[in-house]
Design a protein around this ligand. Structure first.
Ligand SMILES: C[S@@+](CC[C@H](N)C(=O)[O-])C[C@H]1O[C@@H](n2cnc3c(N)ncnc32)[C@H](O)[C@@H]1O
Ligand SMILES: Nc1c(NC[C@H](O)[C@H](O)[C@H](O)CO)[nH]c(=O)[nH]c1=O
Ligand SMILES: N[C@@H](Cc1ccc(O)cc1)C(=O)O
Ligand code: SF4
Length: 460
């Protein structure tokens, strides 16, 4: 049998080699000068002239980033009271880093394979979000598989229904499925409970919502905003260099398409977040180029990107790992350097998020001293990382947040999705519950039952 293609066989055009020195790059970072891609490569590699990561140099990069964080945002650590409500896992795009998806044919009525996934109707979403809103959340984040029955709205469905070759545009009518996800517009409307902030429709989903039409992304995001969408999560970014996308997500929109969708969303007034998904086949040159593309985008959208979210690749149950293309994810040194260099390079993005879903509590807290200042949200439910083999759980309570953030001597601050509203929490004045948003009454986010269930689990 032939040996499988591995990461080492990939002959990339972009390689981590520069004419810059580590010392010069570090001096620029310390002076607050705008960094170039070569500077970022030097800092991410702790010097391209030597192999491996030099721990002493790494500490210097982390210190520079921590100082920059203190200068830009001070000692406050923010988080949000939110719920993840992902609508469906049905997806045929086939990204090789993803185990969230389930082949769409397994959702069809009469399928011989019982699907391992789920699809929620708009009514299901409404019920789930209503329940979470009554517990105090004021943001719902919703990212989904590209279900072939999804249409943007009724007009889009009509266009798809009358298409000469619906399959060619990845459309199968909802009648073929056990459960219909409805339209994106219906889902946005259903999730807009009592003014809750809807954070949804990644550029990849935006692409799906216009397939088979000549509509611009502005048209699509404008209609979604009218239906209840508030801000757009910048996932599907992965690594914004096409030679990497060709390997890990050949079915996805390319770098240009991702940037076009993000810019259009900003043009119709929607706020944005941006991400990087790193630690698979890419090298430090790709990571640095990605940062440059985000920084340039932020200039074009006039500051619409509120935060940058590094997502460390979770490898365990993914095709990339199972087919031996990669032997694991990023090392802790690489994670820390990525956070730090994101802070130093992205001088026009105020907030860098540390994801406890990806790093866990201990390392997640450490990241708050490597350049990050935001600690994500309560989320209440998580499927993407869990299905990939991540083990850091599905929610954090406000109590957890206050305890963790004060344990490192920083100030816990509740924020809105767009950071416009912030509420400094006094750790000496419990109970801690959401104070911002539609049903803010300061009561704890978790129900009494959940709290006692957790206490039992902790005793085990
Ligand atoms: C699962 S998709 C859902 C939304 C939509 N299908 C899309 O691709 O934009 C959301 C994001 O999760 C992240 N993700 C998926 N699998 C991951 C993994 N194994 N490790 C880390 N992040 C992952 C990727 O960055 C991806 O863009
Ligand atoms: N980093 C991850 C997030 N981040 C989302 C945040 O919780 C929040 O929605 C955003 O900051 C906007 O306010 N969500 C995940 O599910 N998994 C992550 O790794
Ligand atoms: N990236 C999105 C949310 C998100 C991140 C990672 C995920 O696995 C899922 C959703 C945001 O913060 O805007
Ligand atoms: S990352 Fe998104 S588009 Fe890619 S397979 Fe997973 S769910 Fe589908």
């Amino acid at each position: 049998m032939e040996r499988p293609v591995t990461k080492d066989d990939l002959a990339f055009d972009h390689v981590p080699e520069t004419d810059q020195s580590f010392e010069n790059a570090l001096a620029k970072a310390n002076d607050g000068d705008r960094l170039t891609v070569d500077d970022a490569i030097e800092l991410l590699t702790t010097g391209t002239a030597t192999d491996g990561i030099d721990r002493r140099r790494k500490e210097l990069v982390l210190e520079a980033a921590d100082r920059r964080r203190a200068d830009v945002v001070g000692e406050e650590v923010t988080f949000v009271a939110n719920l993840n409500n992902n609508v469906t896992t049905a997806c045929n795009v086939g990204c090789l880093f993803c185990n969230f998806k389930d082949a769409a044919h397994t959702f069809e009525t009469g399928s011989e394979v019982d699907t391992a996934g789920f699809t929620k109707t708009p009514a299901d979403s409404r019920e789930i979000v209503s329940d979470a809103v009554s517990r105090g959340i004021y943001e719902v984040t919703s990212v989904s598989g590209l279900h072939p029955a999804f249409a943007l709205d009724d007009e889009h469905r009509e266009i798809l229904e009358s298409h000469s070759d619906p399959k060619a545009v990845n459309y199968i009518p909802p009648e073929r499925y056990e459960t219909s996800p409805g339209t994106y517009a219906e889902q946005m409307g259903a999730m807009s409970v009592d003014g809750v902030h809807v954070h949804s429709m990644t550029p990849e989903e935006g692409y799906h919502a216009r397939r088979g039409t000549d509509w611009s992304y502005e048209e699509v995001y404008g209609r979604l905003a009218d239906a209840g969408l508030d801000t757009v999560p910048g996932t599907a970014a992965e690594i914004l260099v096409d030679e990497v996308r060709d390997v890990i997500c050949p079915g996805k929109i390319d770098t240009g398409g991702w940037l076009e969708a993000m810019e259009a969303a900003a043009n119709v007034g929607l706020g944005l977040t941006a991400t990087i998904m790193y630690g698979h086949v890419e090298n430090e040159a790709h990571r640095a180029l990605h940062l440059k593309r985000i920084r340039d985008l932020q200039e074009r959208v006039d500051g619409a990107i509120t935060e940058f979210v590094p997502l460390s690749f979770v490898h365990q149950n993914t095709p990339l790992f199972e087919h031996d293309v990669v032997s694991g994810g990023a090392s802790t040194d690489e994670d820390e350097l990525l956070i730090a260099v994101s802070r130093l390079f992205l001088d026009n993005v105020d907030h860098v998020q540390s994801s406890w879903v990806k790093y866990g509590d201990e390392q997640g807290l450490k990241m708050l001293s490597c350049g990050a200042d935001d600690f994500m949200g309560t989320i209440l439910s998580e499927e993407i990382t869990k299905r990939a083999g991540g083990e850091y759980g599905e929610f954090r309570s406000f109590e957890d947040y206050v305890e963790m953030i004060t344990s490192i001597g920083r100030t816990p601050v509740e924020r809105s999705t767009d950071y416009d509203s912030q509420w400094v929490i006094d750790p000496d004045d419990p109970p801690f519950g959401p104070e911002l948003g539609p049903k803010a009454d300061g009561s704890p986010l978790l129900t009494r039952e959940e709290r006692s269930e957790r206490a039992v689990l902790a005793d085990d």
